[in-house]
Design a protein around this ligand. Structure first.
Ligand SMILES: [Zn+2]
Length: 248
């Protein structure tokens, strides 16, 4: 795979021997690729990503994989908080309010190639390719509601959530019941927490709870195969079931 190696960011440090376990997808929210390169490579900005993919599918390698790029910020996944140390960050030249407000075919094609390469090279699990909004749901929205997750699940790069039948749903509901998770809200928070989301402060804080649900909806309620009237509660139960059965 060909990368442009001409531009390098000084914004990185050591991973301290941490293994690469996650891939985080972002959008730049900037005007175009030259502006994104300049931003991600400017020392004062104190941000970077390992890769940037332009609208025409060109892949720029700004920080070597072995280093810790600074793209995640304050974030959380599966009880881990130093996400930069364990992840690869990919920025897409996309701005929801700009001329670059489409995820072009060429951009997504290059992204898929890159993801397939990393999955193999670093043994990345299907559940470990994430949105910035997954790991920072209270602060971030990228890569946003229009990002084509379905195209990644169709290519078997990330998991798809298969619909369960009634008896399978009952297994999970009985399990919740036996462990005294009575309300739908309690069950949803537990499911989100097992999947990896930061639920540490949402039990008693409705504002944060709603933000978390919003971030979840951005990711799962657009491109996936779910009927409009299926509630987020049942979707989450199915997601949890699928999550627990996904090995790699
Ligand atoms: Zn981001």
């Amino acid at each position: 795979m060909k990368y442009i190696n001409k531009y390098k960011s000084p914004n990185y440090n050591s991973r301290n021997n941490s293994k690469i376990q996650l891939i985080i997808i972002h959008y730049t929210a900037l005007k175009d690729t030259p502006e994104a390169i300049s931003y991600l490579c400017k020392k004062e900005k104190k941000v970077s990503s390992h890769y940037l993919i332009s609208q025409n599918g060109t892949i720029y390698n700004l920080v070597e994989d072995k280093f810790r790029a600074w793209h995640a910020g304050q974030s959380f996944w599966q009880d881990m908080t130093d996400i930069n140390s364990i992840s690869i960050g990919i920025e897409l030249d996309y701005n929801p309010f700009g001329k670059n407000n489409k995820f072009s075919f060429k951009m997504i094609f290059s992204l898929k190639k890159l993801l397939l390469k990393f999955k193999k090279k670093y043994k990345i699990n299907k559940n470990s390719i994430l949105a910035h909004s997954d790991i920072a749901p209270f602060r971030k929205k990228d890569p946003g509601i229009k990002f084509p997750w379905k195209s990644l699940s169709s290519a078997n790069i990330i998991s798809s959530t298969y619909r369960l039948n009634k008896s399978e749903i009952k297994i999970i509901e009985d399990w919740f019941h036996n462990y005294n998770f009575k309300s739908k809200k309690q069950r949803m928070i537990l499911a989100l927490s097992i999947i990896g989301y930061d639920t540490r402060q949402v039990y008693n804080n409705n504002k944060l709870y709603n933000k978390l649900i919003q971030a979840y909806k951005i990711r799962y309620f657009r491109d996936n195969n779910i009927t409009k009237n299926q509630s987020i509660y049942y979707y989450l139960i199915q997601h949890l079931f699928n999550f627990m059965l996904t090995k790699n």
